[in-house]
Design a protein around this ligand. Structure first.
Ligand SMILES: Cc1cc2nc3c(=O)[nH]c(=O)nc-3n(C[C@H](O)[C@H](O)[C@H](O)COP(=O)(O)OP(=O)(O)OC[C@H]3O[C@@H](n4cnc5c(N)ncnc54)[C@H](O)[C@@H]3O)c2cc1C
Ligand code: SF4
Ligand code: SF4
Length: 419
């Protein structure tokens, strides 16, 4: 029997794990935690499941993103997606700034949208209370709930799973997610015009790649959390910028312990980044071009140690995103100063070449007979041509090596999918 399209997305390494398909069709598609392949959808094997899977392709940006109607005015926009304006700043609320991943700008903007009545809820992710290695998609309605999501979760997470709830309710909701999560939400909004009024604001966090559960397990080993300890909290970022990776666990006697802290540079560099999925290596948007606002680290303004008070780089992608940021600054919710549009490139020096290499990687995949994402309106060839010769070669040869090493032609099966 022919494989349904969503299962095929997963099996061909094209799924990003955003959760939009399961959110839109929760009775037929559910997300499962596969420790190696990530949080991925599993489709009920029935006629209803196949029909839902077919319909879910309308909300899935895993194999297809569209930049063709973005307002690209110059080379900076062509490289990074529309940049109307850039600021460097932080949440005026000191607790949000402290707990935030960079400067808490995402949470400050979301809280401002709630307070001003622009939205009644904010869709985002937070650590699961019963198992902080994993994440849940939530719709927060107040500051306390928003605060639970502060700090980047370098782990599998599917915020677009909230789509079903957003569609079912009448309240307008702001959506926060990685660039790929926002890309699927944008596709869903186009497929269902009613959603456009229900999601008046999208905020993307910059993202170099999402590590899997196996990476979190390695991190816990490095933090020396005993296997029989009950994990109560696990932070990857925040509590200062960039903050320490740190866990809290309870032993058999009920005594709480705080693990040692690992720096972001060590945790990301030595452990987490090695476990990013292949889909992240062919991701052509690490900075949220399709959102209204995107936020990342201003790495060019090097943090003062691991626990600097915190700064965010805030990028307006659309006129409504720009208006929102300006209103938040005027109202004193965000403390921020304008920066040149080119600051994005200075802040994220590696990401431009990472985007450019995707052209070589996807060509190498197609030559090898593998499916690669369609990037409509994203003209990466010109950027690839600008790469130094060695990197051009590496983008193609490295991909073929990776295909052989990881046997990327083999179908991906999600553990527990048959249950
Ligand atoms: C997997 C991953 C990779 C990253 N790569 C980069 C990078 O290459 N460059 C860079 O500058 N920054 C990167 N970041 C960090 C992120 O872009 C910054 O933390 C950003 O500046 C937001 O900071 P903030 O203090 O404004 O956010 P906060 O106020 O702390 O809010 C963070 C928001 O992000 C949401 N969130 C956290 N983790 C996830 C997740 N896994 N999936 C979806 N939503 C999530 C939370 O729900 C919360 O609403 C990455 C983060 C993650 C999770
Ligand atoms: S909608 Fe998201 S989770 Fe579902 S198949 Fe597409 S990329 Fe994967
Ligand atoms: S690298 Fe791209 S595909 Fe991977 S999680 Fe980040 S935004 Fe999604």
């Amino acid at each position: 029997m022919k494989t349904d399209p969503i299962t095929s997305m997963v099996s061909r390494n094209l799924c990003t794990g955003c959760g939009a398909c399961a959110g839109a069709f929760p009775t037929a598609i559910r997300m499962m935690e596969d420790p190696v392949n990530g949080r991925r959808p599993v489709v009920e094997q029935s006629n209803a499941g196949r029909m839902a899977s077919q319909a879910a392709t309308a909300v899935c940006a895993g194999a297809n993103t569209d930049w063709s109607d973005l307002d690209i005015t110059d080379q900076t926009d062509a490289d990074w997606g529309p940049i109307l304006a850039v600021w460097e700043g932080w949440a005026a609320d000191p607790e949000i700034r402290y707990k935030g991943s960079s400067g808490g700008a995402v949470t400050a903007l979301a809280h401002f949208a709630l307070r001003t009545g622009m939205v009644d809820g904010v869709a985002h992710v937070a650590a699961r209370e019963d198992d902080p290695r994993l994440n849940r998609a939530v719709i927060s309605r107040d500051r306390a709930s928003l605060l639970q999501g502060t700090g980047s979760r370098y782990a599998q997470a599917s915020p677009a799973e909230t789509l079903g709830q957003i569609a079912a309710e009448s309240d307008p909701v702001a959506f926060i997610g990685k660039p790929c999560d926002v890309a699927s939400v944008r596709r869903a909004v186009r497929a269902t015009p009613d959603l456009a009024t229900k999601i008046p604001l999208t905020i993307a966090i910059f993202c170099a790649g999402a590590p899997n559960l196996a990476a979190t397990e390695q991190l816990l080993d490095r933090l020396e959390v005993p296997k029989d300890g009950k994990l109560i909290d696990l932070r990857y970022r925040g509590k200062g910028w960039p903050g320490l990776m740190q866990a809290v666990w309870r032993d058999a006697d009920g005594t709480e312990h705080t693990s040692k802290g690992l720096s972001y540079a060590q945790g990301w560099g030595d452990i987490l980044q090695g476990e990013r999925r292949w889909r992240c290596r062919i991701c052509a948007d690490h900075t949220g071009a399709l959102a209204d606002i995107s936020v990342g680290d201003p790495w060019h303004a090097a943090p003062d140690g691991d626990q600097d008070p915190g700064r965010s780089l805030i990028v307006a992608r659309t006129p409504r995103g720009k208006a929102m940021i300006e209103a938040a600054i005027r109202a004193g919710a965000l403390v921020a100063e304008p920066r040149a549009r080119t600051t994005l490139e200075a802040a994220q020096p590696n990401l431009k070449n990472t985007h450019a290499a995707v052209w070589g990687r996807t060509v190498a995949m197609r030559v090898a007979g593998l499916k690669a994402p369609q990037l409509n309106g994203r003209h990466l060839f010109a950027q690839w041509r600008e790469l130094p010769f060695k990197q051009k070669l590496q983008s193609v040869m490295g991909t073929w090596k990776r295909i052989l090493r990881d046997r990327l032609w083999r179908r991906v099966f999600i553990s527990g999918a048959g249950q």
